[in-house]
Design a protein around this ligand. Structure first.
Ligand SMILES: Cc1ncc(COP(=O)(O)O)c(C=O)c1O
Length: 388
């Protein structure tokens, strides 16, 4: 079974390449091109009425797909933004910055959170504890112990870590171990549409962030947050979309917020990515392609890739350098932690020269896998040659 026919335009524009950076820059299915044009045509045809169409038709349709994929049961709890950083800021703006704050996180969060929190920590009134994700076999128990050790104000961790592909196995357990004092936020960007995810039992407790650029395949511009059911937080960083729909009761002189997830919305944004995302959801729905099937396909690709590598017996790209805990519960990219950043640079340049696109960060080389791969196409023969 191959899914390459969904991606003809990106594949033909990149003929001769083996694209293993899908976890970073995923190819877009052909339907997203039509969706982009449709956004233009709808804008021309409806002009200002477009906004009614968006909020009455398109947004609810995308919310419904996302809520179904995550099994939250609460599509209205989803708010959109062009990137997750905006949503991270909105969540941070719910904290009381007048008092000292305690934040528990990991040492492996993406820059949209880690850079921001490092900058805010310069002001001196926040204590940030970062639990190391490695060694990963003890990560969850160490994080759980830290969760219970203090009255945290914010707990922020990834479902799948961007710098390793390692995946938290007990999301529910970690969320439930957080003290009542804490806002709990999961960065699900590397989990959404990649790993089967069921938030039904924590949908009332945790925020979940993700977006369209990676495994959801809609391109940049459509990130979202699932806001815990019944959430009454009042983001200080707020836009006028946050007062759409029914508003909560407020004291005189206070700003009102939507009762549902829209309370975390911002303001005017380009919704063409939402059109693209919807087109992907609809394509997959008509094909009966769901996340468990996508995940199984990618797991098979990963096994095929690893056995090809094994037969080459490469001095660097081998099991000993692979960051993995459990390949049956792992993100859609494999990370090799090599002996030095120089080796990573040399090897990734060598691979690129031979048409193999990977993603290098420091001493780590990452290989992503996607529906537009066919294991029969994998050709790693350049790894049999010297790379320096
Ligand atoms: C874990 C994770 N979160 C978030 C993002 C995207 O952040 P933003 O939407 O702020 O650019 C990425 C992008 O690579 C990521 O890996």
């Amino acid at each position: 079974m191959s899914y390459k026919h969904f991606y003809q335009r990106f594949l033909s524009a990149n003929r001769g390449k083996q694209h293993f950076a899908c976890h970073s820059h995923h190819y877009w299915p052909d339907v997203t091109r039509d969706a982009t044009l449709k956004y233009w045509d709808d804008s021309a045809a409806m002009v200002d009425d477009k906004w009614y169409h968006l909020f009455a038709e398109k947004l609810p349709a995308v919310q419904k797909h996302i809520a179904g994929i995550l099994n939250t049961g609460h599509p209205h709890q989803i708010a959109f933004a062009p990137n997750t950083h905006e949503l991270v800021m909105r969540i941070l703006s719910c904290l009381d910055w007048q008092k000292p704050l305690k934040i528990l996180t990991t040492d492996s969060e993406f820059h949209s959170f880690s850079r921001q929190i490092n900058r805010l920590a310069e002001n001196g009134n926040i204590q940030v504890e970062r639990i190391s994700t490695l060694p990963f076999d003890s990560f969850e128990s160490r994080f759980r112990a830290a969760l219970q050790a203090q009255e945290w104000d914010l707990v922020f961790f990834s479902q799948v870590f961007f710098n390793s592909g390692l995946a938290v196995s007990d999301l529910e357990g970690l969320v439930n171990a957080a003290p009542d004092s804490a806002i709990v936020c999961i960065d699900g960007y590397h989990g959404f549409m990649a790993m089967p995810t069921d938030l039904s039992r924590i949908a009332h407790r945790a925020f979940y962030l993700a977006g369209s650029y990676k495994y959801a395949q809609g391109g940049e511009g459509c990130c979202f947050v699932h806001v815990p059911v019944g959430c009454t937080l009042r983001p200080a960083y707020t836009g006028w979309f946050a007062e759409f729909g029914e508003l909560d009761a407020v004291k005189t002189g206070q700003v009102g917020y939507s009762l549902d997830g829209m309370r975390f919305a911002g303001s005017t944004m380009d919704f063409s990515a939402l059109y693209r995302l919807l087109a992907v959801f609809e394509l997959f729905a008509t094909q009966g392609l769901d996340v468990p099937k996508i995940h199984a396909y990618v797991q098979d690709l990963q096994q095929a890739f690893l056995s090809k590598l094994e037969s080459i017996n490469h001095p660097q790209l081998n099991r000993a350098h692979l960051l993995v805990q459990d390949l049956s519960h792992h993100g859609h990219f494999l990370t090799f932690k090599l002996d030095s950043a120089d080796i990573v640079q040399a090897l990734s340049a060598h691979l690129r020269q031979h048409g193999i696109v990977t993603d290098a960060r420091g001493d780590r080389l990452r290989f992503g896998f996607a529906l537009y791969h066919d294991k029969a196409d994998y050709n790693l023969s350049c790894l049999e040659k010297p790379y320096v």
